[in-house]
Design a protein around this ligand. Structure first.
Ligand code: MG
Ligand code: ZN
Length: 355
């Protein structure tokens, strides 16, 4: 063996470490939130799906502590703000610190860094979780004020419900005009969304919240998510996309096994498409978690072959238990172990270099 070869060998570990360091900074981030998606709900859906889900393709898992600034059990406003902005706030507040000061979300910070941004949900876009990424309000029920906040720092692409909060307002303004002036194509149906291939898109596909998926939702979450990815990936600076499976929580509140499981399966279908994209792309970090658990869902028994599960609900409210965190792609290893909910956006900030 020549001396040159030996020296080259000695250099290899150093080079590899350096190369890995570079590769772990993702260009794109897709942050997926299953509202109320606890471990019981995931496992119930896994059981009726024959024993597996797409979410299992994630390579790293952890747990998130969800308590808010003023409550052992968070609501979706404080939970959303923690995940969006990295700040524990009081229940009911969106995009604000406990002392009512506005705080920025990773979506807004990504936009400030020149990245394309998107938001796709299965509720009104003014509801607590999406509002946490865009708005700054002391009360989550201020839908019209939250809709107006969408004009200040709108995601390049947003798809969900909530049209009436933009058009039938107490101040008689039609916010769609202002969006169009900013260069948005406003789509009121999935058919119209399909026609858009680039630029800015406001997809407001129903007046308030969309239907339950089991009752024939106005649009398919997976299609809406992948359409958004198609538009956002045109940006050479990369993109940040938030996706919410919004109604898993509502199935939990209703203590309805079929409601919460069908919404979980719908969300998991979108997860499958997103993970396929991330795998092919190689430069996209996917982080999946919940804002809190809903219903105290316990899986009593099940049968994979019969795709049958026996679920017990323990409350009609949220619970304080830790929720799982899943990650895939460059930087995914940072999301294992037990963390605070506010650590998740902090990690995203560092990894994607937005702050
Ligand atoms: Mg929500
Ligand atoms: Zn809830």
């Amino acid at each position: 063996m020549s001396r040159f070869f030996l020296r080259t060998m000695a250099l290899v570990p150093l080079c590899c470490t350096f190369a890995l360091g570079i590769a772990k900074s993702p260009k794109n981030v897709i942050f997926m939130i299953g509202d109320g998606m606890g471990l019981g709900t995931i496992y119930a859906a896994m059981t009726v799906n024959g024993g597996s889900l797409n979410i299992e393709k994630c390579t790293h898992t952890g747990f998130s502590k969800t308590y808010s600034a003023n409550d052992y059990t968070t609501d979706s406003a404080a939970g959303g703000t923690a995940l969006a902005c990295g700040v524990k706030t009081k229940n009911g507040m969106v995009g604000m610190s406990p002392d009512s000061l506005p705080v920025n979300s990773v979506l807004a910070e990504s936009a400030a860094k020149g990245k394309a941004t998107g938001l796709v949900v299965t509720c009104s876009v003014t509801h607590a979780t999406p509002a946490s990424f865009v708005a700054h309000q002391d009360n989550r029920s201020k839908d019209e004020e939250i809709a107006a906040d969408f004009l200040k720092c709108p995601p390049d692409v947003f798809i969900g419900g909530g049209l009436k909060y933009f058009t039938k307002r107490d101040d008689d303004q039609n916010l769609l005009n202002a969006l169009e002036k900013k260069g948005y194509v406003v789509a009121k149906s999935m058919e119209d969304v399909r026609k858009v291939n680039s630029g800015k898109l406001a997809g407001l596909l129903c007046n308030n919240h969309p239907e339950k998926v089991k009752h024939g939702r106005e649009y398919d979450l997976t299609e809406a998510v992948m359409k958004s990815v198609d538009i956002l990936k045109n940006d050479e600076d990369g993109f940040f996309l938030m996706v919410e499976g919004s109604q898993i929580d509502w199935g939990g509140h209703a203590n309805s096994e079929s409601y919460t499981i069908s919404e979980m399966l719908d969300f998991d279908k979108a997860i499958g498409a997103v993970l396929d994209f991330a795998q092919k792309d190689g430069n996209t970090l996917v982080v999946i978690t919940a804002d809190h658990e809903t219903g105290g869902v316990t899986v009593i028994d099940g049968d994979y072959s019969k795709e049958d599960v026996n679920v017990r609900f323990n409350t009609m409210k949220h619970t304080g238990v830790m929720v799982p965190v899943f990650a895939f792609g460059p930087g995914a290893e940072n999301f294992s172990g037990i963390m605070q909910n506010i650590d998740i956006p902090k990690k995203i900030r560092v990894l994607s270099g937005i702050k």
